[in-house]
Design a protein around this ligand. Structure first.
Ligand SMILES: Cc1ncc(COP(=O)(O)O)c(C=O)c1O
Length: 464
């Protein structure tokens, strides 16, 4: 098929995730054709530096031939094995054992899903089942963070707190609640301790208002990803976990983005010795080479469900739960993180990534730089003093994405003028140099557009 025919067929038939349908029809798809290491190649032969690891998932980089090999071998040996009827497969069992060994000590059991949304959905179902099975059926309310993202399943989308995931979808549900995000840049807390205390107080107040006997769990991302890479201060995660323990509600860490070396250690929870009751993971679990997610569960929750009924089945399952090809890929990806040195490479490059982002604070468009490990963001503002953003009519994210593409760089330009970055753990020093060279040029190019310059000048009172 020619590129033009592909674009036409896409326009007619393929529904894309999280997009304005009419805008996509008008613009047309950008067809990607191949990838290697940190680079993507589009159907026109343009080579693009990927600073977002696909969708914060290809943590090991593209073209890892050892993954291709194990996947092909597993497909030839056993392409599918159901987990129903007491069947299983070696790769899935081995991966479950490995995840338990590598994750916080509280987590002892693993249910595999196809991605993050159904991991969150599964966690919610398990939590509901657990409280019913253990004789506490009033515990049904769930609390999450404003600006949080927990996928787009029918129920999980209500825990997500981003407006487009709610609009016309009739969520949040009446039992879903949100407390303020730990967003240092857009708050005026005198220090980190005050921010942490405010989050703890907000959770305590919400639980008090609902009654602890009615609250099942608190969900959070250790660093909020899709909400704009909101990096809470060190100690925040631990404080929220301990507050949940005190309030007798379950603490669920959604590590779909932060897991698998993205923030430095294998899991963000590890950095603060946080032991969640449940953890959801996906993305870096298979580095995007095949779909897979998981819910990791504490022994207490597992035993509560297991003891719930002596004969009835726990009616939760997916045809592709614990898929052997995805699991074989997951095992090889874990080997690349550890024995393959990628976790160490990501850790070693954290300071270079941080320095590159922080240096751009000097740019007229950049109001904030925030990061942990290889997860980071720049927030663009029209006025650095007042932190005032740009008017939506300027369509700054579209301008940024277009300029970045011209400069052969891919990252995420969020709707509210936050730029998200998640380079692969395999990035070399020269790839970081290229990333920041192209990023600075992109910001300069956008600033050179008269409408952008005018918006900056008017709001900041700076003469052109
Ligand atoms: C924290 C978090 N949870 C859940 C999800 C949903 O995962 P998926 O897109 O694989 O369904 C995402 C996706 O970005 C995520 O960032």
């Amino acid at each position: 098929m020619s590129i033009q025919s592909l674009i036409e067929a896409d326009r007619k038939h393929l529904i894309h995730p999280v997009i304005n349908y009419r805008a996509h029809e008008a613009r047309g798809v950008t067809v990607l054709e191949s990838a290697d290491g940190a680079f993507l190649r589009d159907a026109n032969g343009n080579e693009l530096l990927d600073a977002f690891s696909g969708l914060w998932c290809v943590n090991v980089g593209y073209g890892q031939q050892s993954i291709v090999k194990v996947a092909a071998e597993q497909m030839a040996r056993l392409p599918y094995a159901t987990g129903y009827f007491h069947f299983g497969s070696a790769p899935a069992i081995e991966l479950a054992e490995k995840l338990v060994a590598l994750s916080p000590a509280s987590l002892q059991h693993v249910y595999f899903t196809l991605g993050g949304s159904d991991a969150v959905d599964s966690a919610l179902r398990f939590i509901t089942h657990y409280f019913n099975a253990t004789g506490r059926p009033t515990k049904k309310h769930i609390i999450a963070l404003e600006r949080g993202y927990h996928g787009s399943s029918a129920v999980g989308s209500g825990l997500t707190a981003l407006p487009v995931f709610h609009r016309n979808f009739d969520v949040p549900l009446p039992n879903q609640h949100h407390i303020p995000s730990p967003y240092a840049y857009r708050n005026t807390f005198p220090d980190d301790a005050a921010l942490i205390a405010a989050s703890v107080a907000a959770l305590e107040a919400k639980v008090a208002a609902l009654g602890a006997e009615n609250v099942a769990a608190f969900f959070c991302e250790p660093i909020q990803g899709s909400g704009g890479v909101i990096v809470p201060p060190a100690g925040w995660l631990k404080a929220m976990r301990e507050t949940c323990r005190k309030l007798d509600i379950l603490f669920v860490a959604d590590e779909v983005i932060t897991g698998f070396g993205r923030t430095g250690p294998l899991f963000a929870c590890e950095a603060e010795n946080v032991e969640p009751d449940l953890m959801t993971v996906a993305k870096g679990l298979t580095s995007g080479y095949a779909p897979m997610g998981a819910v990791l569960m504490s022994d207490a929750v597992y035993q509560g469900i297991a003891d719930g009924d002596p004969v009835a089945s726990v009616g939760h399952g997916h045809t592709y739960s614990a898929h052997p090809v995805s699991a074989a890929i997951g095992l090889e990806v874990m080997r690349l993180y550890h024995e393959g040195g990628l976790l160490a490479n990501g850790l070693a490059n954290g300071p270079r990534f941080a320095q590159g982002l922080d240096a751009l604070l000097a740019h007229p468009l950049v109001g904030d730089s925030r990061h942990r490990g290889l997860l980071g963001a720049l927030e663009l503002v029209a006025d650095k003093n007042t932190k005032q953003g740009f008017d939506a009519s300027l369509k700054l994210p579209d301008r940024i994405a277009a300029a970045a593409y011209k400069n052969r760089l891919v990252f995420r330009a969020f709707g509210d003028n936050i730029l998200g970055f998640a380079p692969a753990l395999s990035y070399t020093a020269s790839e970081f140099d290229l990333l920041f060279e192209r990023l600075e040029k992109t910001l300069d190019d956008v600033l050179a557009e008269p409408e952008v310059r005018a918006a900056l000048r008017v709001k900041s009172g700076v003469a052109a």
